[in-house]
Design a protein around this ligand. Structure first.
Ligand code: SF4
Length: 323
């Protein structure tokens, strides 16, 4: 494997931690990660990874994305070690090399500045920072030490929260903390049939449920995101059986919040994904909503709403990206 490292971050402790775990990788020093990342990689190129710094880590989340209040994404990594067929990241970048941004102090400075900016005009409304929109931070935590750097950082603020969205069961590090107020772990769940067909290399449903149980026992505010709900063959039966199963296994009265959401792409991402993977059957179930997005059909969404309201009764099922 080749590891490209921006010269400026060669001695960064996170860089050193990552390199330590790949003692046989060839390390190539580079001046700017974009020189590699912004070019399509030829098929014959060896598997590689990039360690770099990011200048603008924060971007605004769309309205209705998550909780009420101000919402921002922050990026500390690009591309994911998992390979979900439906992932919008497959259409987002010129190549699929994983990039780790290790300039945590700078990212945290940008987050703190954003909080100050918002607080000047609005002292009370909650502010949410969504991590893991460009990767799965928990899955790579042993490399990036993300949780030990960002969970304590967010504890400094009032009414400011970080969401770590994940399919990973890599929770050992999380279990070391106690009394954390400002981090929520949002597990993404889907039926086993969907996981096996479309969520390649991700942990099985039962393993995710076990991780959820452990975190709840410990102290964590756990979210569940039933996303993306997919109109696969026999989906009505598959999702019904799935909800019967999870509502027996998980005590939803202890779940902090539940969101449901479906496949949704911008026109650009949809077209790119379709070009990359014309065999991907679920893309053909979506409709052009004429508001710039491709999403599940209205009747399918209605079916999911009714089903979730019927089986998840202990807590409200919030709808993601829908008024
Ligand atoms: S886990 Fe999330 S970020 Fe990773 S490939 Fe799947 S959908 Fe994409």
């Amino acid at each position: 494997m080749i590891t490209y490292v921006e010269k400026k971050y060669r001695d960064n402790p996170i860089t050193q931690n990552i390199l330590k775990q790949y003692p046989n990788a060839s390390v190539l020093l580079i001046s700017n990660y974009k020189n590699i990342f912004d070019k399509p990689l030829a098929k014959w190129v060896e598997k590689s990874m990039i360690i770099a710094g990011v200048k603008n880590a924060i971007s605004e989340a769309p309205k209705w994305y998550g909780h009420e209040g101000y919402g921002f994404f922050f990026k500390n990594s690009l591309n994911c070690i998992y390979d979900c067929s439906y992932c919008y990241l497959r259409g987002s970048f010129r190549n699929n090399t994983t990039v780790f941004f290790v300039n945590y102090e700078e990212i945290q400075k940008q987050i703190a500045e954003k909080i100050t900016q918002v607080r000047k005009k609005d002292p009370d409304t909650p502010i949410w920072f969504y991590s893991s929109d460009y990767s799965d931070n928990l899955a790579t935590d042993s490399l990036t030490q993300f949780t030990q750097n960002f969970i304590p950082f967010f504890e400094w603020f009032d009414n400011v929260k970080m969401e770590i969205r994940t399919k990973s069961i890599n929770i050992a590090r999380l279990l070391e903390y106690q009394n954390i107020r400002n981090t929520e772990i949002a597990f993404s769940l889907n039926p086993s049939e969907i996981i096996q067909t479309y969520e390649h290399f991700t942990p099985a449903l039962d393993a995710r449920i076990t991780a959820i149980e452990k975190l709840i026992e410990q102290w964590y505010q756990v979210w569940i995101r039933f996303m993306p709900l997919i109109e696969t063959k026999d989906y009505k039966n598959i999702y019904k059986q799935f909800l019967l199963y999870v509502s027996e296994k998980i005590d939803f009265s202890k779940i902090y919040s539940v969101f449901i959401g479906w496949l949704l792409y911008t026109k650009r991402d949809y077209t790119t994904l379709l070009k990359k993977d014309p065999q991907l059957d679920i893309l053909y179930t979506l409709e052009d909503s004429r508001d710039g997005y491709y999403r599940e059909k209205q009747e399918v969404r209605e079916y999911f709403y009714t089903l979730f309201d019927k089986y998840i009764t202990e807590t409200e099922c919030n709808r993601c990206l829908e008024e």
